[in-house]
Each structure stands twice: as structure tokens, then as C-alpha cells.
Design a binder for this molecule. Structure first.
Ligand code: NDP
Length: 253
């Protein structure tokens, strides 16, 4: 697998924490000799810390932290053009950035929270895909790996908008895979179950007590568990697509 990732340039959105950060670390561990990682998120200082951590153990990996809010379409559209020349030959896009804002029954969810979730989880993910796809098409190969959620398959009360955004990620991924069927570009969706990251803390507006309660009775996955699946998918030989994968902790119903 390491050989197949050699020399690749990989973009990860939401790489400042959780699954995205773990994915960056996992790629670097798997191919420490020759890899370029472009790590994006809104928290630039945190991204720089992640970059330092990776460069500390993987001397052959070049890491570029890029401050990017994917919900701001102008930033996404300027992203590729602003990259240094040596990072422009992108092979893999991991569309990981996402969030839940304001847990409530549908009628009570504010328009602002709806907009934050859709503009990040859906429009931002699509805009990133549109930005990177021409580069993959030009060489007729590459991977787009979208992080969906079990929420996109099994909607739950109190999470209607988040669930709808993740169902949109599934539909978009499926349609894209069909549109690109004649190419060597792989389009992949990985749907995690419960993963213990900052996600739940963001969901409850910083209330760590409430965030912890979500995992009662289930030993959640770690970001690393999902990262391993992402890197495995990217490391398959070209004719193998992990088109649609659900990853659960053993005791999640
Ligand atoms: P985290 O909160 O730890 O990570 C979310 C990441 O997204 C952060 O790096 C955050 O960085 C980034 N992000 C959020 N909004 C934006 C934005 N507008 N522009 C750019 N980056 C943004 O949570 P997870 O690692 O758990 O979440 C990663 C993905 O996994 C999400 O898509 C989530 O929906 C999905 N998922 C998570 C599950 C879980 O149980 N944790 C279950 C199923 C799916 P910053 O704040 O610096 O911008």
C-alpha cells in the first residue's frame, strides 16, 4: 500500500482535529518517505501544530497548512490557484470537514444554523470537489473520498438538518461516481458511526458534559479508526473502489 501512495499529493479538509487530523497522521505514517499533505481548516494555529507533529516523525513528508473556510465559496475557488507550484499536482481529496450546529426539533432550528450546516457539509464539500476535479480529470486518475455519516442513512429525531446534509453527501457521491464511471477517478463515501472527537463538543456548543453523554453504553471509535479506512481506500490498486463503507463501533445499534 505504501508504494501506491508514494509521491502523492493529498488534500484533507477539516485537518485541525478529529478524523481529519488522524487521517493526515495516518497517511504520513504509511508513506513517511515521499508524500505531500495539504491540510486545511479554519484554525490556522492548530493546523500548524499538526504540521509540526507530522514533520517531527515523517521527515520525508512535506506538509502545507492552509487556512480555508470551505463554507466561503470565494476562498474555495481561490484555493488551487494560491497553492505553491509543487503542491498543485493533487491526487487525493479527502472531503472531511463537517459539523452539527444547534440540536433541536426541525421547527425550532434557526435559519443561521441550517445555513451553517448546509454551507459546510454540502455546498462546501461540493465546491471543494469542483475545485479539485479538473486536476484529476487532466490526468484521468485520483480519489475523492467523502466522509458521510450513519446519519445520512438512518435519520434520527432532533438531527433532521444534519441527517439531511449527510444524505446529500451520499447522493452526491453516488451520482459523481456514475458521472465519472468511464474515468479512473474513484469516488468514495465512508460513513462513520460514533467517533469520539471534538464533533460532539461542537454539537453542544462547548458543553463537554453533554458531549460525553452521547457515548454512554457504547465505546466509540477513535479518529484513527476512520483514518485507517480512508488510507486503506486510497491505497487500493486502481481497479478497486471502496465505493460505500459503513464503519461502526461494535456495540452501536
Ligand atoms: P471534529 O469537530 O473533530 O472535526 C471537524 C473538522 O472540520 C475540524 O477540523 C474543523 O476545523 C473542520 N471544519 C468545520 N467547519 C469548517 C469549515 N467551515 N471550513 C473548514 N473546516 C471546517 O469532528 P470529526 O473529526 O468527528 O468530524 C469529521 C467529519 O466526520 C465530519 O464531516 C462529521 O460530520 C463526520 N462524522 C463524525 C462522526 C462522529 O461521531 N464524530 C460520525 C459520523 C460522521 P476548524 O474548526 O479548524 O475549521
Amino acid at each position: 500500500m505504501a508504494q501506491r501512495l508514494k509521491g502523492k499529493t493529498i488534500v484533507i479538509t477539516g485537518a485541525s482535529s478529529g478524523i481529519g487530523k488522524a487521517t493526515a497522521v495516518e497517511f504520513a505514517k504509511t508513506q513517511p518517505d515521499d508524500l505531500k499533505l495539504i491540510l486545511t481548516a479554519r484554525r490556522e494555529d492548530t493546523l500548524k501544530e499538526v504540521a509540526r507533529e507530522i514533520e517531527g516523525f515523517a521527515k520525508g513528508v512535506k506538509v502545507l497548512p492552509v487556512k480555508l473556510d470551505i463554507s466561503k465559496i470565494d476562498q474555495v475557488q481561490a484555493f488551487v490557484g494560491n497553492l505553491p507550484e509543487e503542491f498543485k499536482d493533487i491526487d487525493v481529496l479527502v472531503n472531511n470537514a463537517g459539523l452539527v450546529k444547534g440540536m433541536a426539533q426541525a421547527p425550532e432550528i434557526s435559519t443561521a444554523d441550517i445555513d451553517t450546516m448546509f454551507s459546510t457539509n454540502v455546498t462546501g464539500l461540493i465546491a471543494m470537489t469542483q475545485a479539485i476535479l479538473p486536476l484529476l480529470k487532466a490526468k484521468d486518475r485520483g480519489d475523492i473520498i467523502n466522509i458521510g455519516s450513519i446519519a445520512g442513512r438512518e435519520p434520527y429525531a432532533g438531527g433532521s438538518i444534519y441527517c439531511a446534509t449527510k444524505a446529500a453527501v451520499r447522493s452526491f457521491t453516488d451520482a459523481m461516481r456514475k458521472e465519472l464511471i468511464a474515468t479512473r477517478i474513484r469516488v468514495i463515501v465512508i460513513d462513520p458511526g460514533q467517533v469520539e472527537t471534538e464533533f460532539s463538543v461542537v454539537r453542544f456548543g462547548g458543553d463537554t458534559e453533554k458531549a460525553k453523554k452521547v457515548y454512554e453504553g457504547v465505546e466509540p471509535l477513535t479518529g484513527e479508526d476512520i483514518a485507517e479506512v480512508v488510507v486503506f481506500a486510497a491505497g487500493r490498486r486502481e481497479n478497486v473502489v471502496l465505493a460505500d463503507t459503513l464503519v461502526f463501533p461494535s456495540h452501536q445499534a
